[in-house]
Design a binder for this molecule. Structure first.
Ligand SMILES: Cc1ncc(COP(=O)(O)O)c(C=O)c1O
Length: 402
C-alpha cells in the first residue's frame, strides 16, 4: 500500500523521490580539488588578504569578459554601491531599476543616496521593459540599472539608446550573467559599469565576492580606492616585499576589498566557467524536454543573437492551471528532499519598501505575478544525471503527472 506523507500541509502518496540524508541542496556549487589546494597554499603562504591572487583573478576576469578594467570587491552589493558613487550619483537622483531582483540592487541605490524607481518587467523575458522605463523618466532621472535576470541579457539596444538620448548612465547588474552575451559582446561592458557576484550559489563562486568592470581607467581607479578605505593607489602593497610605502587617505571610503583567500577559489572556478555553462545547458535541455507536457510556465527561449548565462531555471506554477499553489509546490518539492528557490518575490512585496516609498505590488503587475508563481529548480554544474532525474521525477509527481 502506498505510504502517505504530509509536508507543509500538503498530502502526498508514495515514498519521497530522495531520502532525507540525500537532500539536494539548492545552489550547492561545484568546487574542485584545485580550489582546495590553492586555498591551503594561500593560507600557508602567509598572505591571506588582498594581494597577488586578487590581482590575478582581476586580470583573468577582465580577459574573460574582454573588458578594459576589472576591480575585485567583496560582493556584488559592494560593486553596485561603489559604481553608483563613482558615477557621481547625487542625493535625490532617481535610478530606474527592476522589481524582479534581489533586494541588494535596490538597497545599493538607497545607500548611494539615490531614489529607486521601479519599472515593470516584460512578462516573457522577465527583464526590464524599456517602454516601461521610458514611462518612468523624470527630470530627476540620472541612471538606469538593469538586471540580466536569470542570466538572460536585457534589451541593451533599447536601454542603451534611452540612456544615451536622455544623458543617463547605465550600470548593469550582471550577478546572474557571468557568461552572457548580447549581439556578440559580453554583458557588463555596455554600461559605464558592470557588476558581478561570486556569491556561493552563483555560476562562479568565491564564497562571497564581486567584480566591477569599467571602461574608463579613472573610474576603475576610483572604485579601487573607494573599496579600500579611500586610501591612495595600491595601498594593499604597503606590506609587500617592495618595502613599506606610506598611503594617503584621499576620500572616506569603504571596506569592500576582496581577499586572496577568496581569489584563490575564483581563479580555478573561472578556468572552468565554460565547462560549467555547458553542463548547465545539458541540464536546462533535459528540464525543457521533461516539462513540455506539464501545465507550468517554462523559461522563454533565448532572444536571437544573445547568449543566456543559464543561472536560474525558473518555472511558473499558476494554481488555476497547475492544481496547486506555488507555495504548496515548494513544500512538496522539499518533502521529496529537493531544494528549491524563489527568485524573487517582487521588490514591492517587502514591507520596508512599502513603508518607505509607498510601493504596491499591483503597480508592477508582471513582476508581481511572476514573483508569486516562480520556482527555481536546481541548476548547479555539480548536479549528476541522477540528481537531474530526481528533480524531474519530483516536479512531475508534485503536479500529479508522474
Ligand atoms: C540580481 C542580484 N543583484 C545583486 C546581488 C547581490 O550579490 P552579492 O550577494 O554578491 O552581494 C544578487 C545576489 O544574490 C543578485 O541576485
Amino acid at each position: 500500500m502506498a505510504r502517505l506523507f504530509v509536508h507543509g500541509g500538503f498530502p502526498m502518496s508514495g515514498r519521497p523521490v530522495r531520502s532525507r540524508d540525500r537532500f539536494l541542496v539548492f545552489g550547492a556549487p561545484a568546487v574542485g580539488e584545485e580550489e582546495i589546494a590553492e586555498v591551503v597554499a594561500t593560507i600557508r603562504s602567509g598572505w591571506l588578504g588582498t594581494g597577488p591572487k586578487v590581482a590575478r583573478f582581476e586580470e583573468d576576469f577582465r580577459r574573460y569578459r574582454r573588458a578594459e578594467h576589472a576591480v575585485a570587491v567583496s560582493s556584488c552589493t559592494a560593486a553596485l554601491h561603489l559604481s553608483l558613487l563613482a558615477a557621481g550619483l547625487r542625493p535625490g537622483d532617481e535610478v530606474i531599476t527592476t522589481p524582479m531582483t534581489f533586494c541588494a540592487t535596490v538597497n545599493a541605490i538607497i545607500h548611494a543616496g539615490g531614489t529607486p524607481v521601479l519599472a515593470d518587467v516584460d512578462p516573457a523575458t522577465m527583464n526590464l521593459d524599456p517602454r516601461k522605463v521610458e514611462e518612468r523618466l523624470t527630470s530627476r532621472t540620472r541612471a538606469i540599472l538593469p538586471v540580466h535576470f536569470a542570466g538572460r541579457p536585457c534589451d541593451l539596444d533599447a536601454l542603451g539608446g534611452l540612456a544615451a538620448r536622455h544623458g543617463l548612465f547605465l550600470i548593469e547588474d550582471c550577478a546572474h550573467a557571468i557568461e552572457a552575451e548580447y549581439h556578440g559582446r559580453p554583458v557588463g561592458g555596455f554600461g559605464r559599469f558592470g557588476c558581478f557576484s561570486f556569491y556561493v550559489t552563483k555560476n562562479v563562486t568565491t564564497v562571497e565576492g564581486g567584480m566591477v568592470l569599467a571602461r574608463d581607467e579613472a573610474d576603475a581607479a576610483r572604485i579601487k580606492m573607494l573599496a579600500l578605505h579611500g586610501m591612495s593607489k595600491d595601498a594593499w602593497k604597503r606590506f609587500s616585499d617592495e618595502g613599506y610605502k606610506h598611503y594617503y587617505v584621499v576620500e572616506a571610503g569603504f571596506k569592500y576589498n576582496m581577499t586572496d583567500l577568496q581569489a584563490a577559489i575564483g581563479i580555478h572556478q573561472l578556468r572552468r566557467v565554460e565547462d560549467y555553462w555547458r553542463r548547465r545547458l545539458e541540464v536546462w535541455r533535459r528540464y525543457d524536454a521533461a516539462f513540455a507536457d506539464l501545465p507550468i510556465g517554462r523559461p522563454a527561449p533565448p532572444e536571437p543573437h544573445t547568449r543566456h548565462g543559464l543561472h536560474l531555471y525558473t518555472i511558473l506554477v499558476d494554481e488555476r492551471t497547475a492544481g496547486l499553489s506555488r507555495d504548496a509546490f515548494l513544500a512538496a518539492m522539499t518533502a521529496h528532499n529537493i531544494g528549491v528557490g524563489v527568485h524573487y518575490l517582487s521588490v514591492p512585496e517587502h514591507p520596508f519598501y512599502q513603508q518607505r516609498f509607498g510601493w504596491r505590488p499591483e503597480n508592477t503587475p508582471n513582476a508581481m505575478r511572476i514573483g508569486r508563481q516562480t520556482v527555481s529548480l536546481p541548476l548547479s554544474a555539480r548536479l549528476t544525471d541522477e540528481d537531474v532525474t530526481d528533480v524531474i521525477s519530483a516536479v512531475r509527481r508534485c503536479l500529479g503527472a508522474a
